[in-house]
Ligand binder design. Structure first.
Ligand code: FE2
Ligand code: FE2
Length: 254
């Protein structure tokens, strides 16, 4: 029987050739952290470890190579992907590398790699474990990692994913970065399935449109998104897209 651990030598060789020592160490820590979480949640620790170790296999490929691999493999791309190629594409292309270079067929490992940046609605438990491990491995800044660890310990895996998504969204707003609609889509899914606070959605209502036309687009949209995070509300992906557009035409891209 082929076990997922049998992929480790191929992954290690790839890492020696394509990934820096620093990134390799991050991947090792994510693998270890994912294994620990899986053990405590009664999930397969070996699958979590391999998925965690492999998750950033495409992180340091040249942006042109990432785009070419994405196009050759018919991955769904949106215009925004071209504005932050490494950040937005390395997870999806990572799945291609895992299949092609490591020969991985395990659905959990592939999904964990594919959705470790933005998550996915209905993602598997192992994929959630890797998602949370990526954000909470020991070298991550405590300020961001600790709240997610706390939610994981006290409220469970799904809520920890939502917490991590909320933190990522807040960081993107605070740092003036683009927000990928896939992240909004995942967060909305978790808000809808988990939230007891509100099932409301923030949409492009009349008040918002008036504020936007009269004042600062980005500030108005940032406030709406921030308050949605605070209130545990879902948000209209169009809101994020309009914000991205406003950001692109008014500010330097980060
Ligand atoms: Fe990554
Ligand atoms: Fe990572």
């Amino acid at each position: 029987m082929i076990t997922v651990s049998s992929y480790l030598p191929k992954i290690k060789t790839w890492y020696e050739q394509n990934i820096s020592a620093e990134m390799r160490e991050h991947c090792k820590r994510v693998g270890k952290t994912a294994k620990t979480y899986a053990e405590s949640l009664d999930l397969d620790p070996d699958v979590a470890k391999v998925a965690g170790f492999a998750h950033d296999c495409a992180k340091e490929l040249e942006p042109t190579r990432l785009v070419n691999l994405a196009r050759e493999n018919n991955l769904p791309l949106i215009p925004l992907d071209y504005f932050k190629i490494t950040a937005f594409l390395h997870a999806k292309v990572g799945e291609v590398i895992a299949r092609g270079q490591f020969g991985i067929e395990d659905a959990d490992v592939l999904a964990s790699i594919r959705c470790h940046t933005f998550g996915e609605p209905r993602m598997s438990k192992i994929a959630m474990v890797v998602f949370v491990a990526d954000d909470t491995e020991p070298a991550r800044k405590e300020k961001y990692a600790e709240p997610v660890r706390k939610v994981l310990a006290e409220e469970g895996l799904e809520k920890a994913v939502l917490k991590a998504l909320n933190i990522k969204l807040q960081q993107a707003i605070e740092n003036g970065c683009f927000i990928h609609p896939s992240m909004i889509e995942t967060r909305n899914y978790f808000v809808r399935t988990l939230s007891s606070v509100s099932m409301g959605t923030v949409t492009m209502d009349e008040e918002l449109l008036t504020k936007m036309t009269n004042g600062n687009f980005v500030e108005t949209l940032n406030n709406r998104l921030k308050s949605a995070v605070k209130e545990g509300q879902a948000t209209d992906p169009l809101l994020a897209e309009v914000r991205n557009y406003a950001l692109r035409i008014k500010f330097t891209v980060k």
